[in-house]
Design a protein around this ligand. Structure first.
Ligand code: ZN
Length: 430
């Protein structure tokens, strides 16, 4: 009978052959692959046995030792599913007679410790948990949320211990509320032109919290920092002055404008209430976003609303105009001209009789030097990155909605924004 040449050159493929290709094991053999009914669904079970005369490895010291005995029943390890079928390894663990550690359970290359998930399966699930929510990942691959969580935890801890922290010149610190009632996280990003990633997460936003980051970074790397970018949160300012004294400290444009927007919003809310009490036309109703967004980002309806508002003599409108005027500040090239503008703007604002804006002007005055540093760092670090990463953090936190513990949120953030390295393997399963 005629056999086409392409079929002649390869051995008949069995599941064992496939496994040996994508997931080879030293000192162990795949002996049998069979169908089983697991939870009324078809699944595949693969039996593993030690190679003849191979000696087990002590899980405590990693040395090959003499075998002691077998465990009574085989252990099951979940492997990467194949064509919608769950795949499970079956292996009877040996115990080791180790002269150094006593009797221990052997070390196997496909799983760590007491884990019932194979390492390959964990490295398969973890990247999916970046693209989908953890629950979606669990649903798609018919596994549990806990298994996805464990896989992400393994990938993150491997990534953190294998990442390279060399060459960091610019960092940005930011805070984010993770739960109502003043529960904050401190986030530190690398914001160099060539590398942008989440470097560190700490609970709370105190001096102590931020000091822990510098302890992690180490003295030498802290001294090598050239730019540090932050908001006006006092504990951060304090720690930066102490731990990164050699770096140019920049107050971030994004945070300054966010603070100014907060002031405008306070003015608007207060004025809207006052108009309502006086029984006047509620012009400020539905006006929040007209005043907070930049004019170029308004929808058509918001633009109409804004032009209406600009006709009225309102404090909220005057506050808005002050902010729009302030945008010019960031366009300056020369720090000395920017400084002149800042002074003029603050003087005008102090005369405005709008208390939240006056407070803003006072804040800007007292941080003048750090704000002007923005012009020294312009083009040398990407300060817009902090805003971009901050948005990604919020997105990740929304996607991980339902996480009850701060530990899980931290894992999700490191996993999606840390650009952590991944372990190399013979075959990429996804
Ligand atoms: Zn040992």
């Amino acid at each position: 009978m005629f056999t086409p040449p392409s079929l002649r050159s390869h051995p008949r493929m069995q599941l064992k052959t496939l496994l040996n290709r994508v997931h080879p094991l030293k000192s162990f053999v795949y002996t049998e692959a069979r169908f089983v009914d697991a939870d009324q669904a078809l699944a595949i079970e693969v039996v593993i046995e030690p190679r003849a005369n191979s000696r087990p490895v002590c899980s405590n010291c990693g040395q090959r030792r003499t075998g002691y005995d077998h465990q009574p029943i085989p252990r099951r390890f979940q492997f990467v599913p194949l064509w919608g079928l769950a795949v499970c390894f079956l292996y009877t663990m040996r115990r080791v007679d180790c002269p150094r550690c006593g009797v221990t359970v052997e070390l196997v290359p496909w799983a760590e410790g007491k884990n019932h998930l194979t390492t390959a399966y964990q490295w398969f699930l973890a990247p999916w948990a970046k693209r989908l929510s953890w629950q979606e990942t669990a649903d798609v691959f018919r596994t549990t949320w806990e298994n996805v969580f464990r896989s992400v935890r393994m990938a993150v801890s491997w990534g953190l211990s294998h990442r390279d922290l060399g060459g960091i010149e610019a960092i940005g610190v930011d805070e984010i509320q993770w739960r109502k009632g003043h529960k904050y996280l401190t986030l530190v990003y690398q914001i160099d032109g060539h590398a942008q990633r989440l470097l560190w997460i700490g609970q709370d936003r105190t001096v102590k919290t931020f000091l822990r980051f510098f302890r992690m970074l180490g003295k030498e790397r802290s001294a090598a920092l050239k730019f540090v970018c932050s908001d006006m949160w006092r504990p951060y300012l304090k720690v930066i002055a102490k731990k990164a004294a050699g770096a140019v400290h920049v107050l971030d444009r994004y945070h300054i404008m966010a603070k100014m927007n907060q002031a405008i919003d306070d003015v608007r809310a207060e004025e809207a209430k006052r108009l309502e009490q006086k029984g006047e036309k509620p012009v400020l109703r539905h006006a929040r976003w007209c005043l907070l967004k930049r004019p170029e980002n308004l929808t058509d309806r918001q633009a109409v609303k804004l032009s209406e508002l600009l006709q009225c003599n309102l404090k909220a409108v005057r506050a808005y105009l002050l902010r729009e005027d302030f945008q010019r500040f960031w366009e300056y090239r020369s720090p000395s001209w920017a400084k002149r503008f800042l002074k003029q703007w603050c003087t005008r604002t102090m005369r405005s009789k709008i208390e939240p804006m006056k407070k803003m002007a006072r804040t800007l005055r007292s941080h003048e030097a750090l704000i002007l540093n923005w012009f020294r760092a312009k083009g040398l670090m990407s300060s817009g990155v902090v805003e971009g990463l901050n948005n990604k953090v919020k997105l990740t936190m929304r996607k991980s909605y339902g996480f009850r513990t701060v530990g899980a949120i931290e894992l999700a953030l490191y996993h999606s924004l840390g650009k952590l390295p991944e372990q190399e393997s013979t075959h990429r399963f996804c």
